[in-house]
Design a protein around this ligand. Structure first.
Ligand SMILES: Cc1cc2nc3c(=O)[nH]c(=O)nc-3n(C[C@H](O)[C@H](O)[C@H](O)COP(=O)(O)OP(=O)(O)OC[C@H]3O[C@@H](n4cnc5c(N)ncnc54)[C@H](O)[C@@H]3O)c2cc1C
Length: 460
């Protein structure tokens, strides 16, 4: 049982260098909050680590006093497990150094980094790791759950590019995990999330990409959704792996780049990024750009770092969020009906739902890690969002209706990083029976008491 009151903070203070933030501290509200404003939890203590020594001290302290432990990287996870009620938050968000070795093509990344930190350093050398499509998302939780973005069809998931990691385990031991050291732990942390310990350093393999890419958004009116979705399902499977297309359905923002008569109206947009040769990129993108006259075509050559931050403004913290997601087996006619019907009835101008097209290297690379379902190419993600503290019922109902409507087109396989608190069957569905059982065996070895349980939990 976790102790909920009377944590002997002074005991930790004697061996902890960073800030120890308790409810009476003026920094507490910000330190307790995570990206998803719907999560409102009150930890007893937030321990802001300044390095691995602090992490070891915090884990040891939590064990001695039987405290509930949450681990925070970028704080972006929709489920909000980076904070907790009454327990200890091991907060890594202050650790944000990235070191690049351009000769060996490696990046050494601290556990509080967000993708903007990594891109900023690696792009100086024309190099990149496949990161997320919003630059403020944390590297740690993202990579531990797999992690895909605009370079995934070329270079795989972020976890496919993890070469090694430093891990503080549940018994406060420091280990290195790689293909040659603690191989079972290395297998597990590439997809198995935060179940196995606190990762204090990530080493990534880098690839040549950028510093400029062809990318941007192409908006079409909602009436075109059926024909565009039909076009995409035929076009994407044979498209270049240097091209990524995320198809976004939402209400058009009241932005200067959208014709005024469409502000607030449902639209369908392709967020496209081509990271290959500039002439080839124009050629590869041509079918998407000429398929029909768009409302507006904002695609152009841009710095990769700009493309990575293109939609950041739509995803600021401080809003309520509710997500549902599943891999879908394709976009058959029945799915098109469900998607277009829900595009017409979307309840919030802040929400969207999108289909990410993966495949390519994501499907082809070695399957020897906990990351699952890499052969599935179409990933549906419903991102419902509304202002903090306002009524939620209609938004949640719309989300569930769309998710249920799409169920016939899914085999119930899910991407772990998009799960909310949805029960143990959904955690199993993120891995499939074989990988789940292997994760359980590794969990028993590294965390038999389930100290790290605030996550998509693999029960020991
Ligand atoms: C706006 C937005 C955009 C996104 N875009 C993408 C995308 O393009 N592609 C994609 O794949 N995903 C995307 N995601 C999902 C993202 O992968 C997850 O939310 C991920 O968990 C974020 O990692 P984090 O470090 O920010 O999260 P946190 O909330 O800090 O951590 C999530 C969990 O990971 C574990 N954890 C975190 N740090 C550590 C650590 N150092 N050691 C051990 N365990 C740790 C903990 O269990 C924690 O609860 C997006 C999310 C948001 C909100």
């Amino acid at each position: 049982m976790a102790i909920t009151t009377g944590i002997p903070v002074n005991e930790l203070r004697s061996r902890f260098r960073g800030a120890l933030i308790t409810p009476e501290d003026e920094r507490y509200e910000a330190a307790a909050a995570v990206w998803n404003g719907s999560i409102r939890r009150r930890p007893a203590l937030v321990a802001r680590c300044t390095g691995t020594a602090d992490v070891i001290a915090a884990v040891g302290f939590a064990r001695r006093h039987d405290l509930l432990v949450a681990v925070r990287g970028g704080g972006h996870n929709i489920a909000g497990n980076a904070t907790c009620d009454d327990g200890l938050v091991i907060d890594l968000s202050g650790l944000r150094t990235v070191r690049v070795d351009p000769v060996s093509r490696r990046a050494y990344v601290d556990p509080g980094c967000v993708w903007g930190d990594v891109d900023n350093e690696t792009q100086t050398f024309g190099l990149a790791v496949p990161g997320g499509i919003v630059s403020t998302t944390g590297v740690a939780g993202f990579t531990l759950g797999g992690g895909f973005g605009h370079l995934t069809r070329r270079f795989g998931f972020a976890s496919d590019n993890l070469v090694g990691a430093d891990v503080v385990t549940a018994d406060a031991r420091f280990l290195h995990a790689s293909a040659t050291e603690n191989e079972d732990l290395f297998w597990a942390i590439r997809g198995g999330g935060g179940n196995f310990g606190v990762v204090t350093a990530f080493e990534f393999r880098l690839h040549e990409a950028g510093p400029e890419v062809l990318g941007g958004l192409i908006f079409h009116p909602a009436e075109r959704a059926p024909s565009l979705l039909r076009f995409l399902r035929d076009y994407l499977p044979s498209s270049s792996e240097e091209l990524t297309v995320f198809t976004i359905m939402r209400k058009a923002p009241a932005a200067a780049f959208v014709p005024a008569q469409f502000h607030g109206q449902p639209v369908i947009a392709n967020l496209v990024v081509h990271s290959g040769d500039p002439t080839q990129a124009e050629r590869d993108l041509d079918p998407l750009r000429t398929f029909a006259e768009p409302l507006v075509d904002l695609v152009g050559r841009r710095p990769y770092t700009a493309v990575q931050a293109l939609t950041d403004a739509s995803w600021a913290p401080g809003f309520e969020n509710y997500w549902k997601s599943d891999y879908v087996v394709g976009i058959p006619e029945g799915a098109i009906d469900v998607l277009t019907e829900h595009l017409a009835t979307i309840t919030s101008p802040l929400s969207d739902f999108k289909i990410a097209y993966l495949g390519g290297a994501a499907a082809r690379l070695s399957d020897d890690s906990a990351l699952s379902h890499r052969n599935l190419c179409f990933l549906l993600n419903i991102n419902t969002r509304w202002p903090l503290g306002t009524a939620s019922a209609a938004h949640k109902e719309w989300t569930r209706s769309l998710f249920e409507g799409m169920k016939p087109f899914s085999e119930g396989k899910v991407y772990v990083n998009f799960l909310m608190d949805e029960g143990q069957d959904r955690v199993r569905a993120a891995y499939g029976p074989e990988k789940y059982e292997r994760l359980v065996a590794i969990k028993r070895r590294y965390d038999p008491d389930n100290v790290f349980r605030l996550n998509q939990n693999v029960k020991p």
